[in-house]
Design a protein around this ligand. Structure first.
Ligand code: FES
Ligand code: FES
Length: 170
């Protein structure tokens, strides 16, 4: 059994520790660092539930060893809302559009969409939808998630249509 010292930043907090070489980043985040928003499902890169952001990119934390994250900056779903509780726009869109039920898949989906829209990027509905091919949701039938994506991409016209109808009816 090999042991390695690691130092990394998670959600703005500095962590230092020792990990076994066989431990994944997901194991370490959940089991040792206490970031239980990281959900572990399939453990072989298929379901997407374990997705976090590593140096700004969406990464499946079941496929990355903890030792590989040495020196990295990691963001989990716990690190996305503002300190005052204001949700990240991706979280808000999923909430508004009923894009979650049991919530098991949700942290991974949030991290993938947050990575794609970071720093003011506007990837568009098609690209955001394509990214969902890496996530399995067993509850929603994906329709609420797709509505949330349209809200994030700015292609959801239902609110504007609703306002127009209200005006016509006035
Ligand atoms: S637990 Fe990592 S992709 Fe399923
Ligand atoms: S909300 Fe239950 S798996 Fe997606």
């Amino acid at each position: 059994m090999s042991e390695h010292k690691i130092e990394l930043t998670v959600n703005g907090r500095h962590h230092r520790g020792t990990v076994e070489g066989r431990h994944t980043l997901g194991d370490w985040l959940r089991g040792q660092a206490g970031y239980t928003g990281v959900h572990i499902g399939c453990e072989h890169g298929v379901c997407g539930a374990c997705t976090v952001m590593v140096d700004g990119r969406a990464v499946r934390s079941c496929l990355m060893l903890a030792v590989q994250a040495d020196g990295c900056t990691v963001t989990t779903v716990e690190g996305l809302a503002d300190p005052d509780g204001t949700l990240h726009p991706v979280q808000q869109a999923l909430k508004d559009c009923h894009g979650l039920q049991c919530g098991f898949c949700t942290p991974g989906i949030v991290c993938t969409l947050a990575a794609l829209t970071a720093d003011g990027a506007q990837p568009g509905e098609e690209k955001l939808t394509a990214a969902m091919s890496g996530h399995i949701c067993r509850c929603t039938g994906y329709q609420g998630i797709r509505r949330a994506i349209r809200q994030i991409a700015g292609t959801d016209t239902s609110a504007a249509q609703g306002a127009a109808h209200a005006e016509q009816g006035a």
